[in-house]
Write a new protein. Sequence first.
Length: 396
Amino acid sequence: MSTMRRKNKGPLSSERGVALLLVLWVIVFLAFVCAEFSWTMRTETAAAINFKEGTQALYAAEAGINRSIIELLLVSAESRGGSRSEFSLDDSDDTDELLDEDMDGLYDEQQLWLAGGGPYRFELGDFYCEVSIIDESNKININEFLNQSAQDPTKLKSFLGEQLGLEGEELDIVADSLIDWWDEDNNVTGVFGTEDEYYESLDPPYRSRNGDMQAIEECLLVRGVTEEIFYGRGRQLEARVQLIPEELEQLLSGEDLFAPLDDEEEDFDETEIIPLRLGLTDVFSVTSNASSFKININTASFEQLMLLQGMQQQSAQEIIAERTERLFDSSTDRLPQFANYEVWKDTIKVAQPHDLSNYSVYARGFSRDGRVSRSIMCSLLVSSDQCIISDWRIDG
């Protein structure tokens, strides 16, 4: 009897084991599906937050561009004897009313936005905007300078060495390659020059301009010109609109997405605003009419002032502070009081804002924690009563 019982019980026991395995596999499969669904939803949430914050940062940067246009027109009006209260963007009553209401504190009646000053920062909702205005007339026209250097390559090398701190083989490669990018022939300049053969071997291939540069950013295509050489150390436009892996882990673990990371707190230094080295974009332009380095004391940035031989850091800071109160009228207006005036007086010019027309404006919109930002660069042609945007580029 016992033997018969064991034979009858065997198949039932085997079936129960198979059913248990099936149930376990179903549970594992459902757990995997739920985990995948949860991960997808959190990732999409992160993407939505990322898109929203990036869009808001972009609009904050655009607001900075629009405000800079108004400020430049206001400065131009004041330099012609007008006042901020008398100025309007057009003849409509709506515009006058908008300025009279002072845009809820957005516009400061006391502070003028001057080229070379700042960077200027204002708050816009949950975001900030930081704006820098550069007077392009303080830069050298790179096409004209390369035309001169084609006859004497040592001129370009000397300038890049003195003003940008390039040296050695790096200096030779950049200088010779810039001349070859501009000139129309296919003859290699010096020992380190570069013509089409080199560029056509790259991926993707391209050819030298062999003519005047249309945008200063073309320099980034030239052999030897890195982002550091072009922008200067610490001067690159940044756009953080995507989550890095550590930030995604913060989100998935339930931590505050925008809480600063430990290593970022240690590395970030808000006071470090002066770059270690200037770049090509600080001294060259394709829109300037200048063929030699001579800056306008009323619009030169701190970095441009420091390019003047004999200029001291304290003097540059004091000149910027002095012109904030009142622009300089001439080369002898309050300037002789600054150190080494006799050394750098012949390399400056004094022009009023209404005499100027070409500006580059860099605006960066960013969140309060600085984790998300977007940047816009545009070129402005400013006359006495109107402003034309000749170039508009969104970084990122």
